[in-house]
Design a protein around this ligand. Structure first.
Ligand code: ZN
Length: 275
């Protein structure tokens, strides 16, 4: 237990913002007025304005980190992405290339596009959105760094976007949530589960895709081998949007209109979790 506390402290030290949290003060201060009635009127007006603002932008004051899985340039840098990193339950490659459809549409391109769409929706709802990578042509970052970005931002929710590469007959989507590992993720395991349930429901409603036929139960899977989850100190999940090696889902993923529905489903889920 003492070892645990120490390791948590070290992580806090590395990502101070995640431990202290970020105060977001968007409150409207009532002006000091000589006339109590004027002050009251002004305060009431400010409250009405603030309430209207909240109604208009439901995610104001919320920070959301989106992690588009993999990176389009990873395959050119095998040495960099194969570097082993400690994810607490094991050592793993810093990152991987991800999968692709049979005709070559890459998972990295898919996650990048969906993440852009998701960011746009969440920003329009007032959220402060951060992505873990800036483009789809470079390498990484490592899975450890992807977790650290969410921690440092003090994210209210973090979501890692992926699609699977399984046997062709397998299909459907699933959500991956963290398990307790006697590590830094433990305090957010319950909130991550709530986030996962909300995102599953939003995704299903918007996309109509079935629950995974081959992983988890009712599209819910709990894992302790993913660095992006094990090292997270903020509520975080992975979404596996479906199987890129399944012909039906591969066709859907290559349709921009369908990717917009995926993004909308994810956004609805995140918003439901945060309200
Ligand atoms: Zn992936």
């Amino acid at each position: 237990m003492r070892v645990l506390a120490a390791s948590t402290l070290v992580l806090c030290g590395l990502a101070a913002a995640a431990c202290g949290g970020t105060a977001n003060s968007e409150r409207v201060a009532a002006p000091v007025a000589a006339q109590p009635s004027a002050a009251e009127t002004s305060a009431a007006g400010a409250k009405t304005l603030a309430a209207a603002e909240v109604r208009k932008k439901p995610l104001s004051g919320k920070t959301i980190v989106i992690d588009p899985g993999h990176n389009g340039g990873n395959y050119k840098h095998p040495k960099a992405i194969n570097r082993q990193v400690n994810v607490l339950t094991q050592w793993k490659a810093c990152d991987t290339t991800g999968t692709s459809t049979n005709d070559g549409y890459s998972e990295a391109a898919f996650t990048w596009d969906v993440s852009q769409r998701l960011a746009k929706i969440l920003k329009s709802q007032g959220a402060d959105v951060k992505l873990t990578r800036k483009n789809n042509t470079s390498v990484g970052p490592c899975i450890t760094e992807r977790a650290a970005i969410g921690n440092k931002a003090g994210a209210d929710a973090a979501i890692s976007v992926h699609a699977d590469g399984s046997a062709a007959a397998n299909h459907g989507f699933h959500v991956i949530m963290p398990k307790k590992i006697n590590g830094p993720v433990d305090p957010v395991v319950n909130d991550s589960r709530r986030l996962g349930l909300a995102v599953r429901d939003g995704f299903k409603k918007e996309t109509g895709l079935p629950y995974s036929t081959y992983i988890g139960s009712k599209a819910l899977s709990f894992r302790n081998d993913l660095g992006g989850l094990n090292l997270s100190t903020v509520p975080k999940i992975f979404v596996e949007a479906g199987n890129m090696r399944n012909a039906g889902e591969a066709a859907k993923f290559q349709d921009p209109a369908f990717r917009q529905r995926i993004a909308q489903g994810l956004a609805d889920g995140v918003q439901n979790y945060l309200k």
